[in-house]
Design a protein around this ligand. Sequence first.
Ligand code: ZN
Length: 129
Amino acid sequence: MQGIPLDLRYTIPEKGYEKFWEGLTKNEIWGTRCNTCGVTYYPPQRDCPACMSSNLEWVKVSNTGTLMTYTVVKAKPQGYENQEDYVIGIVRTDDGVDLMCWIKGTPRVNSRVNLFTDGRRVVGEIHDV
Ligand SMILES: [Zn+2]
């Protein structure tokens, strides 16, 4: 049976987002915050989807947070078919940004997570005590 390819990755342009891409190579997570309504976005947005303002500034997002939810990916998207099962989670950073990332370690909701970058993406490492 022929399946329908699903591309689950989001696309972030290079131009205007150099700070974001550079951050991924320096263990820095960058988002943008709306100066009008105060919402912080990760991945970064140029315009605020909540209030339509274009008055956004770059903000560094905390490298620690709490695992809110996760899923074990068994049915992989195109290009990842041969990869072992992996975990994708939503981490609420200590400064209140919800970001999606790969999870390393044994996931459990409310686990403490250290976030780092591997050059291409953000990875959350479980570090329960
Ligand atoms: Zn706004």
